[in-house]
Design a binder for this molecule. Structure first.
Ligand SMILES: *Cc1c(COP(=O)(O)O)cnc(C)c1O
Length: 460
């Protein structure tokens, strides 16, 4: 069969409230053109994020009932640890309410003024936590990873020569080496098992611990199975285990490849580090056997981890992306290729080349997708990464718009509708205008800043 069907049927549904274009134009203006400020009822297809927005399975809802809410020593925590350690063999598992809480704890210990932390590409919250500690975050992704047109199979790989130079140059100021799988901020592109192993080797040669930001570990493993020589006959579980076997710890958002609506963890092998992390956890999240979570959340994650490595699910998940990318490509919309894991990334800087990077072409496209089709997407570009801790602003490496797909939530007709919205935009794209920012916080500005259409680009 050519059609890869959704490998599930639907047991509970959530109605979508239909809106008109006129309504959406008004709503967007009232939200200061920041899509994070919209009410979700005013969105038809919500592709803002794949984080915590997925549909849980019947077994996960059953696990929710099984959850044990004991303050200390709950069996839910034991099931949570077992499910993680079955895939990621770390000694110490520290539950947190989200991935960023795990990052905050890790960098409260490892960060600090004068420290330098490399990754392939740091995700925005990771960068935010590193910089808030006073340390510097640096991205060492391979050149192909910065080229939207490159069809390299592992565009999330880290540049090993650059890492070597970096570690020699920064010496003792580097507390750890990180890698993000898949590379969310770099287009959801995968990292090969070979690269993970090589990065771990370089880090260990310099006596530095190696940490994986593992948010999309299952999607990354699927790509390794599809694209890396010699991995085709291996199970997803085995590939996942190999990825984490060479690491000294990980941070995780269970809202991604944990199939949960909330949750995360920090995992470590170093007992001293774990001790420090737990002390911080008790102060900011909760007791070590629940962290920032309810017992029922721990159980939902434990079950989710069993389902996320299912090959039928992963095949359908990645195929949805590929399908939309093929259709957009045929329309002449520049998309990041090959398909990444969790999202379609449109190269807004290339497509809306009449809008300067500092007038945020990504934001312009995201707003147009909402007004035209009620689709909520996310700018990943100069709005998100362009502002520096000293207040200066430069264009980010790329200006992308991310259409992130909630897990098991939308169907094929939603995918076709998304393509149709782009068909409409093809007609009017040269008339879209850029934006200026009128109000912004110091860190992570994209969540709350206000925009105004830039008069410089006014065409109407
Ligand atoms: C989502 C994400 C995080 C942060 O996790 P939250 O649960 O949203 O706090 C960190 N790194 C990557 C790569 C992510 O995608």
């Amino acid at each position: 069969m050519k059609t890869i069907i959704e490998p599930f049927r639907i047991k509970a549904v959530e109605p979508i409230r239909m809106t008109t274009r006129t309504e959406r134009v008004t709503k967007l203006a009232a939200a200061h053109h920041n899509l994070f400020t919209l009410n979700s009822q005013d969105v038809l297809i919500d592709l803002l994020t794949d984080s915590g927005t997925g549909a849980m399975s019947a077994e996960q809802w059953a696990a929710i009932m099984r959850g044990d809410e004991s303050y200390a020593g709950s069996p839910s925590f034991a099931r949570f640890c077992d499910a993680i350690q079955n895939l990621m063999p770390f000694d110490h598992i520290i539950p947190t309410h989200q991935g960023r809480a795990a990052e905050a704890i890790l960098f409260s210990i490892m960060g600090g003024v004068g420290r330098n932390i490399p990754s392939n590409t740091h995700f925005d919250t990771t960068r935010g936590n590193i910089e808030a500690s006073g340390a510097m975050a640096h991205d060492l992704v391979i050149d192909e990873g910065k080229d939207p047109a490159s069809e390299h199979p592992f565009k999330g790989n880290m540049d090993l020569a650059q890492l070597e130079t970096y570690l020699t140059k920064h010496g003792d100021s580097v507390p750890c080496v990180m890698i993000t799988i898949t590379n969310n901020a770099g287009g959801g592109q995968p990292v090969s098992l070979e690269n993970i192993r090589a990065v771990a080797q370089v880090a260990h040669n310099h006596s530095r611990p190696f940490f994986i930001d593992g948010c999309r570990f299952a999607e990354n493993a699927w790509f390794i199975k599809q694209r890396e020589p010699g991995q085709q006959d291996r199970s997803i579980e085995d590939i996942v285990r190999d990825c984490f076997a060479v690491a000294d710890g990980m941070t995780m958002s269970a809202k991604k490849d944990g199939f949960a609506n909330i949750g995360g963890w920090l995992a470590l092998n170093d007992p001293e580090l774990a001790e420090q992390a737990r002390a911080h956890l008790v102060r900011t999240e909760g007791f070590p056997t629940y962290g920032g979570l309810a017992g029922r959340d721990l159980d939902a994650i434990a079950q989710g981890l069993k389902e996320i490595v299912d090959e039928d699910y992963l095949r359908y998940r990645i195929r949805t992306n590929e399908y939309i990318i093929e259709r957009l490509d045929a329309l002449g919309v520049p998309v990041i290729k090959p398909a990444g894991g969790h999202a379609v990334f449109v190269d807004a800087r290339a497509w809306l080349s009449h809008i300067e990077p500092l007038q945020y072409p990504g934001q312009a496209l995201a707003c147009a997708l909402y007004e035209t089709g009620g689709i909520r997407s996310c700018e990943i570009g100069t709005v998100m990464f362009g502002r520096h801790p000293d207040g200066s602003e430069t264009p980010a490496a790329m200006d992308l718009v991310r259409l992130a797909f909630p897990r098991r939530t939308y169907t094929q007709s939603h995918a076709d509708y998304i393509v149709e919205t782009f068909e409409e935009l093809v007609q009017v794209k040269d008339k879209l205008r850029g934006f200026k920012i009128t109000k912004q916080p110091k860190l992570l500005r994209h969540f709350t800043c206000w925009f105004e259409p830039s008069s410089k680009n006014l065409v109407d």
